[in-house]
Design a protein around this ligand. Structure first.
Ligand SMILES: [Zn+2]
Ligand SMILES: [Zn+2]
Length: 830
């Protein structure tokens, strides 16, 4: 080995060798237990950012580690290649999205390769290839046949910049998260997946996800939002209409003093009295011009108007005024609520504002009853019922049961379970996506329900287009402007038909890609059942926590659909989920072009080599936490690797020392103990996702080996030789190029990836106990016994437990501590 550590001399060599030898090909260890390790499907932007580096490294450490532990590992990668950014860029600079995407993939891939990730490149997939998206279309037709896909009209968030529908989660303060343009409400026909048919199963499945972060599980639980309650019908006085409301607090039914409808509730125009019509219409008109997100925002002022109509209380027959207000939405729940101001904060504020009656029907405590004079805010907890007819005196929970029964018996209500989760609208008015395989025919399908393209006619290819002509115009979706695509034959009657011009949301692509990796070149099916049964579920899935409720819920849904289609036997797609933290800039802010604080991974690789970039990012903090970039720590990681290199170079003459004999005395034994303990510690740290402590363990071993200096005698030579062998093996998941280079210099014939993770000798990792002298101002005061590898803090803690030491230190000023490892600790006081 040469003296200097020059990673650029050998990193590329190892990357090429791994790939040529197919070292990381899944399936190359038949009969071995499997591990499927996956990072979230990347969108190939032109350059990698540090978040990508970290994401893939977490997966990579596990993949390399499990190969060494004897597993057959599947660690694939591919490209989430459809989507808006490529299309928006095309509009800006006139390059076709397909070309831009291909260029991006080439450069992104080059960067990924330069970091030495252990991917099985033979399974690479690109979602914008028709080989891939034809299966999106196939799933669509299968799901359509099962009633899991349907067409609906709905109110959507329309981005005026991206010219497409965006999800609620992508609207930030009324603006598009992606392009910052204004978002408006629009009524549009759209295609939707009936994910709500699976709400209960998605919820039940959460209980089994014990290797997912609790935070993600509870976000999904809230998102699905199951609640039990009662639908109650209120008849309208003097009109045939009935208003249906939903409540989870039917125990407060007797405290309901008015009803509120959405301004566009269908009953409003029928029940509004003549004297109130103009104010109601004016209010409703104003509301329809507002965005729903603004109307219902947390801090938005609640406002409403009286319709002049009254509803009859279902149990007392008392007339209750009917209002309309901004905070009730027509398509949320039943579009109407019963207001119980004494026991609901929003209703309380509204009643106070408009002078509506308040009636207390639940008391917290019989001995300190609430009174209307004293009540300052709504009492929202359970309690004992009062002023509730035959139900007075019951607890809230008993009352909920008995009032529900009575309403059901009288046909005035029924118990229901409702979910907050909505169906998944997935059609987009954009070009760069999977065409929806539907044809409209005026003759066979006058209602425009859509006729699916026959399986034999799939894929429906996304047509090549003239970017300028098709993408830059406003109005219709781009595909509508491509006559050769639109005009086709009706699959039923053979007459003229028109193709659906909308494309699929890219969340469709990422809902099942993990299964396509199992047989990426299959032309007859999305994947093979046999391989799916072998590899699924994914054992470890790594990605950002921002995907908690969209991607991660969609693919849990899709996994259930695939199971029902007989494609897989698993209900849940992923066993263990790891959500990585953010790599912030050195100034603590997000890395962003806007702040000019972005550190490009390529620049780090270029300056220091891939192993430094890897070691730094893995050492900077636990994978699930955020950290701030630090140039000094990058230097530190680089210095550490230089020390590893120099150490291996220094002792290279020991490569000829045969391993096998076991000298066990003196300093040789100490060296062996340090190395074996390190092996134990690093393995355990990897298993519990503590890569930073694994690396600090390796650093300690390197320090210990430096402290040895030149080994003397056969025993020490053996021990150092063994320690360097172990060092290369345990360094391999973190700095694999350096580890391989050392192993090769020491005569290793096979890539480390194929070597077994070292086992440690249990006899050598038992803690040895050492005597320490404890001094105060240089005078011996006590002797203690502590584990041999204790550090200063641990020794100090044990010393301070000694009575003699405590009394010598009492009332004194501690000036400093002198610590001599393995010998003494001296408290200097005045
Ligand atoms: Zn936008
Ligand atoms: Zn037809």
């Amino acid at each position: 080995m040469q003296e200097r550590y020059e990673p650029h001399r050998f990193e590329g060599k190892w990357q090429a060798r791994w790939e040529e030898a197919g070292i990381f090909r899944a399936g190359s260890r038949p009969g071995a237990p499997k591990k499927y390790i996956l990072e979230m499907l990347p969108y190939p932007s032109g350059t990698m950012h540090m978040g990508h580096v970290r994401n893939y490294l977490i997966g990579d450490v596990f993949a390399r580690y499990f190969w060494m532990r004897g597993f057959d590992v599947l660690h694939p990668i591919g490209w989430d290649a459809f989507g808006l950014p490529a299309e928006n860029a095309a509009i800006q600079d006139g390059v076709h999205p397909a070309i831009r995407t291909r260029e991006n993939i080439v450069s992104f891939k080059r960067e990924i390769r330069s970091l030495g990730y252990s991917y099985d490149w033979s399974r690479e997939i690109t979602t914008s290839d028709s080989d891939y998206y034809r299966w999106n279309q196939w799933f669509f037709t299968q799901m359509l046949a099962k009633g899991l896909v349907y067409r609906r009209f709905s109110r959507v968030n329309w981005c005026t910049g991206c010219l497409t529908v965006i999800a609620n989660e992508q609207v930030k303060d009324g603006r598009c998260e992606r392009c910052d343009s204004e978002v408006v409400d629009k009524q549009l026909p759209e295609w939707a997946f009936r994910i709500t048919r699976y709400s209960d199963r998605l919820l039940e499945g959460l209980a089994g996800l014990d290797e997912w972060p609790e935070r993600i599980v509870s976000m999904q639980r809230n998102w699905i939002g199951r609640s039990e309650g009662v639908e109650v019908d209120f008849r309208v006085q003097g009109a045939p209409e009935a208003i249906r409301i939903f409540t989870t607090r039917v125990d407060t039914l007797f405290g309901s003093t008015y009803l509120v409808l959405a301004p566009d509730h269908p009953a409003v125009s029928k029940i509004t009295s003549e004297s109130h019509r103009s104010s109601v219409e004016q209010f409703a008109g104003r509301m329809s011009s507002l965005r729903r997100v603004d109307r219902t925002a947390e801090g938005a002022e609640r406002e409403g108007v009286f319709t002049g109509a009254h509803a009859l209380h279902p149990l007392t027959g008392q007339p209750l005024p009917i209002w309309i207000a901004n905070f009730v939405l027509a398509d949320y729940g039943t579009g109407a609520v019963m207001s119980v101001p004494a026991h609901d904060a929003r209703d309380f504020a509204f009643a106070k504002k408009y002078g509506l009656p308040i009636s207390i029907v639940v008391q917290p405590d019989a001995s300190h009853p609430l009174s209307l004079e004293a009540i300052k805010e709504a009492y929202t907890d359970d309690g004992l019922l009062v002023a509730s007819g035959e139900f007075s005196g019951l607890t809230s929970s008993a009352a909920r049961e008995l009032i529900s029964r009575k309403l059901e018996a009288e046909g005035k209500g029924k118990r229901v379970v409702v979910y907050r989760q909505k169906d998944w609208g997935f059609s987009r008015q954009r070009y760069w996506g999977t065409p929806i395989p539907i044809i409209y025919c005026e003759r066979c399908d006058p209602q425009h329900q859509g006729i699916p393209v026959a399986e034999k006619d799939l894929p429906v290819l996304l047509p090549d287009i003239d970017v300028q002509a098709v993408l830059t115009g406003k109005g219709e979706p781009p595909l509508a402007k491509v006559p050769s695509f639109v005009n086709t034959r009706c699959p039923r009657c053979g007459g003229p038909g028109r193709r659906e011009v909308e494309t699929m949301d890219t969340f469709v692509d990422s809902s099942w890609y993990y299964a396509r990796y199992l047989s990426p070149h299959d032309h007859t099916a999305p994947f093979e059942r046999r391989t799916a049964d072998h590899w699924l579920p994914v054992d470890i899935y790594v990605g950002g926590p921002e995907h908690a409720v969209m991607h991660l819920l969609y693919f849990r849904f899709w996994s259930r659909v695939m199971q029902e289609l007989g494609l897989t036997s698993n209900e849940e797609p992923v066993k263990r989920l790891i959500t990585q933290g953010i790599v912030n800039a050195a100034d603590g802010r997000k890395m962003s072009k806007r702040w000019g604080n972005v550190v490009a991974p390529a620049s780090i690789v270029q300056k220091y080599g891939a192993d430094t970039a890897r070691t730094y990012v893995l050492f900077a903090g636990p994978p699930e936490r955020d950290f701030d970039w630090s140039d000094e720590q990058v230097e530190g990681a680089h210095r550490f690797l230089k020390r590893v290199w120099a150490l291996a170079a220094q002792h290279q003459s020991l490569a000829v020392v045969p391993l096998g004999a076991e000298p066990i005395e003196g300093r040789a034994l100490e060296i062996r103990r340090a190395a074996h303990k390190c092996v134990k510690r690093v393995g355990e740290a990897i298993e519990r996702l503590s890569f930073n402590t694994a690396i600090s363990g390796i650093m300690e071993l390197v320090n210990a080996l430096y402290a040895v200096g030149e080994p003397r005698g056969e025993g020490e030579k053996y021990a150092v030789r063994e320690a360097i062998r172990l060092l290369a093996l345990i360094l391999n998941p973190f700095a694999p190029h350096l580890a391989e280079e050392i192993a090769e210099a020491y005569g290793g014939a096979e890539s480390l990836a194929r070597q077994a993770w070292p086992s440690f000798d249990p006899k050598l990792v038992v803690d040895e106990v050492l005597p320490y002298a404890v001094q105060v101002n240089g005078k011996l005061r006590a002797e203690i016994r502590v584990p041999a590898d204790s550090d200063e803090a641990e020794v100090r803690a044990v010393a301070e437990m000694e009575e003699k030491i405590r009394s010598s230190l009492a009332g004194k000023n501690l000036r400093k501590i002198v610590f001599v490892p393995k010998r003494l600790i001296n408290f200097v006081v005045s």
